[in-house]
Design a protein around this ligand. Structure first.
Ligand SMILES: N=CN[C@@H](CCC(=O)O)C(=O)O
Ligand SMILES: [Zn+2]
Length: 387
C-alpha cells in the first residue's frame, strides 16, 4: 500500500515516533512484511495507492454483546426523558432472544459483524449473556464463536426472573460453564447493584478461571463498587465501564496489567458520567475503547463514533484515542503480542496481522474534526480487502 499521507503504526517499539508521513506498508501472506517511508519501500507484486489518505490499524472492538434479538427503543426514549438505566432491562432482551430461531439469530449477528467491519473494525469480541439458562447460553456461545474472533461467557449477566440468585450462580459455575466451555475463551460477570454481588462475582470468576478461561469484568458502571478491585485482584485482562472510580481504583488499575476499558457510546446512551479516561491515562493505566454494542445501553458498532467521542468528550488526543481503540483493545484481549500461530493485532509492525483501516481523510484527526461523517474508505483484514 503506497501513498499513505499519515500512517498510525501504533507500534510500541517506535515510541513517540509511531506516526509516519508519506509512508508505505508491504503485506505478505496476510501479515505486515515492511513498514516505512514510501521512498524506501521494497518492490511489491501489486500496489494500492491510497492517494494521501490516513491509514490506521483496524479497530479492535474488545467489548460487544451481539447475540441478541428484539428492540429496546422505548426504554431508550424513557431514559432520554429522565429515567435511569437499570440492569433489569437485560431480562427484556433475554425473552426476545430466547424466542428467536437459530437462523434468525445467526442472521442478526452476522449483520452486526458486517456493520462493524464496514466501520473499520477488524478484530472483534462478543459475549453470551442474553440466554441465561444452560441451553440458551450454549446456543449463544456457538453462534458467537461462528461470528466473532473471541467469545466471552457472560452467563452471570442477570439473575433470571424467578430464580434464586445463589442457585443461579451455582448453575453458572457448574453445568452452564461446562456446556459453553468448548466455545469460549473468556468469562465475564456483571458485578453491580441489581446484577451480581462482589461475593457472587468472585465465585463465578474463580470457577471460570479454574476452568481455564481468561477473565473480564463489567464493573463500576452504575455506581461505585468492588468490580475494579476484584478484577485487579484476580488478574482479569480487562474491567469495563469504569464510570465510578475511586482514587484507589485508579491507582490499582495503574499498578496492574488489567486494562481499563471505557465505552463512550454507552456513557452517552445512558447519560452516565463519562468514564475518567484522561485521569486513567495520566495515572499510567492502560485504556481501551470499545463499542459495547448491545440493545440496552449502546446500540452501535461504530468505533469511529466511539473514538470521536473519546476525543471530543473524554479529553483524549486523537493519537491516544486511536491507540486505545486498537492496541488498547488488543491488550484487553491479550492479542497485542504475536505467538507462533497467532499474529498480534492492534498495531502495524513486521509480523503483525495486516489489518488496515484507510480513512477518506488525510489525517486521523478528521475522525473527531468531522464527527459522524462516513470516513471509512477501505478495510483490509489479514491482508484481504473487505470494504
Ligand atoms: N451492563 C451490563 N451489560 C450491558 C447492558 C446490557 C443491557 O442492558 O441489555 C452493558 O455492558 O452496558
Ligand atoms: Zn457490556
Amino acid at each position: 500500500m503506497t501513498g499513505i499521507g499519515e500512517l498510525h503504526t501504533v507500534d510500541p517499539a517506535r515510541g513517540a515516533d509511531s506516526v509516519l508521513t508519506e509512508a508505505a506498508v508491504v503485506v505478505e501472506n496476510g501479515l505486515i512484511a515492511w513498514v516505512g517511508r514510501a521512498s524506501e519501500a521494497p518492490a511489491a507484486d501489486r500496489a494500492t495507492d491510497v492517494e494521501g489518505r490516513a491509514v490506521l490499524p483496524g479497530w479492535v472492538d474488545s467489548h460487544t454483546h451481539l447475540v441478541f434479538a428484539g428492540d429496546r427503543g422505548a426504554e431508550f426514549a424513557a431514559r432520554m426523558a429522565g429515567e435511569a438505566y437499570a440492569a433489569g432491562g437485560i431480562g427484556v432482551t433475554t425473552n426476545a432472544t430466547r424466542e428467536a430461531g437459530d437462523e434468525t439469530l445467526r442472521g442478526l449477528v452476522a449483520g452486526r459483524v458486517r456493520d462493524a467491519v464496514a466501520g473499520g473494525t477488524t478484530y472483534l469480541e462478543t459475549k453470551t449473556g442474553y440466554g441465561l439458562d444452560v441451553e440458551q447460553e450454549l446456543r449463544a456461545a456457538r453462534i458467537a464463536a461462528d461470528a466473532a474472533d473471541e467469545v466471552t461467557f457472560l452467563g452471570a449477566h442477570l439473575v433470571p426472573e424467578g430464580a434464586d440468585p445463589d442457585d443461579y450462580v451455582e448453575t453458572v459455575c457448574g453445568p452452564m460453564l461446562q456446556a459453553v466451555r468448548p466455545h469460549v475463551q473468556w468469562a465475564d460477570v456483571f458485578c453491580e447493584r441489581g446484577a451480581f454481588t462482589p461475593e457472587q462475582s468472585r465465585r463465578v470468576l474463580e470457577a471460570c478461571r479454574d476452568a481455564g478461561l481468561g477473565l473480564r469484568v463489567h464493573g463500576n458502571q452504575i455506581g461505585p463498587g468492588e468490580g475494579v478491585a476484584l478484577a485487579v485482584e484476580l488478574g482479569a485482562a480487562s474491567v469495563d465501564h469504569c464510570n465510578f472510580l475511586s482514587d484507589e481504583d485508579v491507582a490499582a488499575l495503574a499498578g496492574s496489567a488489567t486494562v481499563a476499558t471505557v465505552l463512550p457510546a454507552c456513557d452517552l446512551s445512558t447519560r452516565a458520567p463519562l468514564a475518567p479516561a484522561r485521569k486513567l491515562l495520566d495515572a499510567g493505566a492502560t485504556v481501551a475503547i470499545a463499542s459495547n454494542c448491545n440493545p440496552g445501553t449502546s446500540y452501535t458498532t461504530s468505533m469511529n463514533f466511539c473514538v470521536a467521542t473519546a476525543v471530543l468528550q473524554m479529553e483524549l488526543t486523537v493519537e491516544e484515542a486511536v491507540r486505545a481503540a486498537t492496541l488498547g483493545g488488543a491488550k484487553a484481549l491479550r492479542r497485542d503480542v504475536s505467538a507462533p500461530d497467532r499474529p498480534a493485532v492492534g498495531h502495524l509492525a513486521v509480523g503483525t496481522r495486516a489489518d488496515l483501516h484507510v480513512l477518506d481523510a488525510p489525517a486521523a484527526v478528521h475522525l473527531a474534526y468531522r464527527p459522524g461523517m462516513p470516513l471509512t474508505w477501505g478495510v483490509w483484514r489479514a491482508g484481504r480487502r473487505e470494504v
